[in-house]
Design a protein around this ligand. Structure first.
Ligand code: 5GP
Length: 188
């Protein structure tokens, strides 16, 4: 089987992380690319599982050493990036890499590996629904929600760069769509 990548991108609160977790449970041949970030862990997040939590200095050193495939200041002051070593680690064990990254990072990865990548954009039904979901989630402050909504509006412009768009109105339906897209991609 050739080396493959699956990118899931979406504005924060669209349900992308839930879909990625579902896919990881179903497909043993797919493994999660753990990003590096300078933001602090939230809730039950674990270092080396959800993210590699780095200090700004550690992150900058990795930039200098050219260790990132892509990185971005996703929210002001907070950096997120995909380490080249993550893809190597997963391809070495003959698995498919799945990414949960923002729309710009997702579009960049598709550009870097156009033939190897299935890119999926998860779209919220509306900005209002997105705001409600972020409020209900309760893990980010009101101020942070405003920042995320602003970013979501600009991220939606990237949707057309992706191979597929899932409008996440109904989670069970979205899971089915994601499952079918990925099953087909794996068997190609
Ligand atoms: P959160 O702070 O909610 O975990 O993530 C904020 C945003 O950063 C999400 O859209 C998430 O997908 C994105 N993100 C996570 N890791 C990466 C990465 O390695 N690169 C890029 N470009 N975005 C990332």
């Amino acid at each position: 089987m050739k080396n493959k990548l699956i990118v899931f991108s979406a504005p924060s609160g669209s349900g992308k992380t839930t879909l990625v977790k579902y896919i990881l449970e179903i497909f043993n041949e797919i493994k999660f690319s753990i990003s590096a970030t300078t933001r602090n862990p939230r809730g039950k997040e674990e270092d080396g599982k959800d993210y590699y939590f780095l200090s700004s200095e550690e992150f900058n050193n990795k930039i200098k050493n050219d260790e990132f495939l892509e990185y971005e200041e996703v929210y002001s002051g907070n950096y997120y990036g995909t380490l080249k070593s993550e893809i190597d680690r997963i391809w070495k064990i003959k698995k498919i890499v799945i990414f949960d990254i923002d729309a710009i990072g997702g579009a960049n990865i598709k550009n870097m590996f156009p033939d190897e990548t299935l890119s999926i954009f998860v779209m919220p039904p509306s900005i209002q629904v997105l705001k409600r979901r972020l409020l209900e989630r309760g893990d980010v402050s009101k101020q942070e929600i405003d920042v995320r909504i602003k970013k979501a509006e600009s991220e939606l412009d990237y949707a057309s760069k992706f191979d597929n768009i899932i409008i996440n109105k109904d989670l069970e339906e979205s899971k089915k769509v994601a499952f079918n897209l990925i099953k087909k991609f794996i068997n190609e």
